[in-house]
Design a protein around this ligand. Structure first.
Ligand SMILES: [Ca+2]
Ligand SMILES: [Ca+2]
Ligand SMILES: [Ca+2]
Ligand SMILES: [Ca+2]
Length: 416
């Protein structure tokens, strides 16, 4: 009896029972219909995203925290920079991807670890657009962001036309060299050293480095779990060359200066380390060290104020012959400026377009007795594997110093 009752009730209430489901399905149907009608009429880039080969389990997304869309930057000097910051939770904790950033369709930066931020120095007033691409290990593009337009207005006399023309020429020259060169682009963006026609004064002061390229994208490489922030350990590196020497300047930001050591132990305290493969082309497929490779360490002087020093760990185990060094220590960091004679590296004939393997690393020791953290200009720092090195390229683009002086002091030098 019970069963029969139930059946009857079921039949009666069949439609009423299902009514909410039918309404629900109708709503979904209508929503989809509206979506497809509206979709094509909206200019949202979300819908017109490049049809990239999306791996089924990975859908990527990123956005620009800076610059904002249509933001305009009013600068008073050509040295000012546009802060670029990109957020993308899919790649922030994933080293399998690179981020290529394009401004006006030209690649300006490749980042491989978060935070994805850097300062971009525009050489001239203008309208720009920026977008980023995510590439996988095989350099295949898996995502391209929308383009963010922004504008830069550089006021003041410094934005002389000759300077921007010069920059365009330099960029063209660099691209030409890169096109015909074998280098390990996957390890790091190449560092360019411009030829200097007046050598920098080796005094630890930054003032004669304005014209030269600055590298600051250091990546934590060894004991990277100890990395906290840029105040702990970061740096800005510049270098230049002439027929006699390689010159460099590094400004290291380090919250605690600690260098208890001298000579062959300086790499246990705060120090800067170059690894150079001077015959990159010949040794391109050799991962181990040979006679033309160098590991050169620099210290800004020990805790009791000794003079800055160098140590060649490979191949010679001795201070670097003929090196001239100067350093400055200040609250929050130190500088090292130096010149290294090419004769210390006999395989090198310094010349325009010479390409070498190169990584500069900053070793940081704060409170312990040995290295706590290393940040490097390459993604990896492994001295036993020279195929992890980045690239250093010497180029000659003429006398920049003379050009910049003649354009800014034309009037005063005429009084003859
Ligand atoms: Ca100087
Ligand atoms: Ca530190
Ligand atoms: Ca070599
Ligand atoms: Ca330190």
């Amino acid at each position: 009896m019970n069963n029969n009752d139930k059946k009857l009730r079921k039949q009666k209430t069949f439609f009423l029972d299902r009514f909410p489901y039918i309404i629900f399905i109708l709503i979904i149907g209508l929503t989809l219909l509206i979506f497809f009608i509206v979709k094509d009429k909206l200019p949202l880039s979300f819908f017109s995203k490049k049809p990239v080969a999306v791996v089924a389990e990975n859908s990527f997304d990123l956005y620009f925290a800076s610059p904002a869309k249509n933001q305009s930057f009013d600068f008073v000097s050509i040295n000012e920079t546009v802060p670029i910051e990109i957020k993308g939770k899919d790649i922030e904790n994933n080293n399998n991807y690179n981020l290529n950033i394009y401004i006006n369709s030209k690649l300006v930066k490749t980042l491989n670890a978060s935070p994805f931020k850097f300062n971009w120095n525009p050489s001239q007033t203008g309208a720009y657009d920026i977008y980023a691409e995510i590439t996988d290990k095989n350099n295949k593009v898996v995502y391209a962001s929308e383009k963010i337009p922004f504008a830069v207005d550089i006021k003041g006399a410094n934005s002389a036309e000759s300077t921007s023309l010069e920059n365009v020429n330099i960029e063209e020259k660099k691209n030409k060299i890169l096109e015909k060169t074998s280098y390990r682009s996957q390890n790091a963006p190449p560092i360019f050293a411009l030829k200097c026609y007046t050598p920098p004064v080796i005094d630890g002061n930054l003032d004669d480095w304005n014209l030269y390229e600055k590298f600051s994208s250091f990546t934590p490489t060894i004991l990277k779990e100890n990395y906290t922030n840029a105040k702990d350990c970061s740096g800005v590196f510049s270098s230049c060359w002439d027929k006699d020497n390689y010159y460099f300047f590094i400004k290291v930001t380090d919250d605690v200066y600690n260098q208890p050591y001298n000579t062959n132990q300086i790499n246990k305290g705060d120090s800067v380390v170059f690894v150079i493969d001077t015959e990159l082309e010949k040794d391109f497929n050799i991962p181990f060290l040979n006679g033309d490779d160098f590991q050169i360490e620099f210290s800004a002087g020990d805790n009791s104020g000794s003079a800055p020093e160098s140590f060649v760990r490979w191949p010679s185990n001795a201070p670097l012959k003929g090196a001239i060094l100067a350093s400055k220590k200040y609250s929050g960091g130190y500088t090292i400026e130096g010149s290294i004679p090419w004769y210390a590296m006999p395989a090198v004939t310094a010349a325009d377009e010479l390409v070498m393997g190169f990584t500069v690393s900053i070793f940081d020791t704060d409170n312990m007795e040995s290295t706590e953290l290393v940040v490097s200009s390459s993604k990896q720092f492994d001295f036993n594997n020279v195929s992890t090195l980045g690239t250093l390229i010497l180029i000659d683009v003429g006398d920049l110093q003379k050009d910049s002086q003649s354009s800014s002091t034309t009037e005063t030098t005429k009084g003859n």
